[in-house]
Ligand binder design. Structure first.
Ligand code: ZN
Length: 121
């Protein structure tokens, strides 16, 4: 293989890696956005609970857990969603990136071809 062939070959490999890498990053930023949206929803629901508790305390009346039970359950579901989304992000990062140089790699690669790092499986 001539030098130019080798060069263009490694160039297209690099280009391919960057294309995959940016596709992954788009995916990850979408997931991050979903997490952010859910965190905002949780914040809103916490405020609702806070307002309920405050209005009761202000009137010196009892606070009933039953009245905010739905909100508490909704927050719990949102928290579980966030947990799942965070795991998805971790998987995207772990399966497809070299920890050493951030190169996107095939799932079955044992070594990073760029920095030579041994990859975990
Ligand atoms: Zn590497």
């Amino acid at each position: 293989m001539g030098l130019m062939d080798k060069l263009s070959n490694s160039m297209s490999q690099t280009a391919k890696s960057f294309t995959k890498l940016s596709a992954n990053m788009v995916e990850i930023s979408k997931l991050n956005l979903s997490i952010k949206k859910r965190e905002e929803e949780i914040q809103q629901k916490l405020e609702e609970i806070g307002q309920y508790v405050y209005s009761r305390f202000k009137k010196m009346s009892m606070v009933s857990r039953a009245e905010v039970q739905d909100l508490i359950l909704e927050i719990k579901v949102l928290e579980e969603d966030i947990n799942t989304l965070e795991k998805l992000i971790l998987n995207l990062k772990r399966l497809n990136y070299c920890e050493g140089c951030q190169l996107e790699l095939d799932e079955d690669a044992r070594y990073c071809p760029i920095c030579g790092k041994l990859l975990r499986h």
